[in-house]
Ligand binder design. Structure first.
Ligand code: NAP
Length: 287
């Protein structure tokens, strides 16, 4: 069994990105910048944004945090997003999810302009994705594909089963695997007999937030497993896969932590850099 280490892959990829950023920052006399909007003090979000900040600093992206109170109003948050949309110094932004229930998440995500949408959640960016056009890909699916590329895994002709159909992970990753020539099956909470969809899969991506939803009885020997899930159980971070047992059968598998997580952050860095390049080039064209 081979471990698909997102830590190792992202470390190498960040070095390459850092070099690109150094060169581009000289050329355009400006570093890329990412604004992160955090509402409240959700401990998981605080930990994620700490990782994002560290990664930005490492590659030379200016990281700017807007930390708002839990009870911030919809209007205040909208005003901030509109200001950041117009701020020439900001190339990219994200709204760290989840946000408190009194705020309209879908509206706020769509308010972030397509040109600054570092998470790739904007309806236009997602529309481009589903039309197989160049776009800003959602960070986690982009990170997963980056991980497969890093380990030179060619999915063409493979049977790929994706468990989970969210707009930010399951559905886009299915589309991206299909674009690479895999034959896809997408499962969700209404799927009957999950095992019948996983047992013949060559590659399985699990993104449900349900610990141990994928067990050894459900997979064939030599399967490749990508575990996106993040669950805190008894104070320990685990994925959606019964790693101890499935790793005995799989040919390759991602660990949790250290698998998809670091690659998601890397996806965010790359998206920020791509948006920055778009801005710099459009400034030059408009002169
Ligand atoms: P989500 O929006 O809650 O979606 C979960 C998906 O799982 C839904 O499509 C749901 O089906 C499906 N599901 C739930 N129970 C199921 C079951 N018993 N059988 C089959 N499918 C089932 O979650 P998400 O945002 O996609 O995230 C999924 C997991 O990945 C979470 O643990 C999240 O924390 C983690 N995550 C990790 C990273 C990372 O960087 N490592 C990034 C993003 C998310 P329905 O659509 O029918 O409800």
């Amino acid at each position: 069994m081979m471990l698909l280490s997102g830590r190792k892959a992202s470390k190498a990829l960040k070095e390459t990105l850092k070099n690109k950023i150094v060169k581009a920052s000289e050329k355009y006399s400006k570093s890329p910048s990412l604004a992160v909007i955090l509402v409240g003090d959700n401990p998981a979000s605080l930990s994620y944004i700490k990782g994002k900040k560290k990664a930005c600093e490492l590659v030379g992206i200016d990281y700017k945090l807007y930390h708002l109170k839990e009870d911030v109003s919809q209007f205040e948050l909208e005003t901030l997003i509109v200001e950041l949309n117009q701020d020439e110094q900001i190339d990219a932004m994200i709204l760290q999810l989840p946000i408190p229930k009194h705020l309209d998440e879908n509206y706020l995500i769509d308010l972030i302009s397509r040109e600054k949408d570092a998470d790739g959640f904007h309806v236009v960016n997602q529309g481009y994705l589903y039309q197989h056009k160049k776009t800003i890909y959602p960070a986690t699916p982009k990170g997963i594909i980056g991980l497969l590329d890093f380990y030179q895994i060619n999915v063409e002709g493979m049977n790929a089963t994706i468990i989970g159909r969210s707009n930010i992970v399951g559905f886009p990753v299915a589309r991206m695997l299909m674009d690479r020539g895999a034959t896809i099956t997408v499962c969700h909470s209404k799927t009957k007999d999950l095992k019948s969809h996983t047992i013949n899969a060559d590659i399985i991506v699990v993104a449900t937030g349900r610990p141990h939803i994928l067990t050894k009885e459900m997979v064939k020997s030599g399967v490749i497993v990508v575990d996106v899930g993040i669950n805190r159980v008894d104070g320990k971070l685990i994925g959606d896969v019964d790693f101890d047992e499935v790793s005995k059968i799989a040919s390759m598998i991602t660990p949790v932590p250290g698998g998809v997580g670091p690659m998601t952050i890397y996806g965010l860095l790359e998206n920020t850099f791509e948006l920055y390049l778009e801005h710099q080039e459009s400034k030059i064209k408009s002169f």
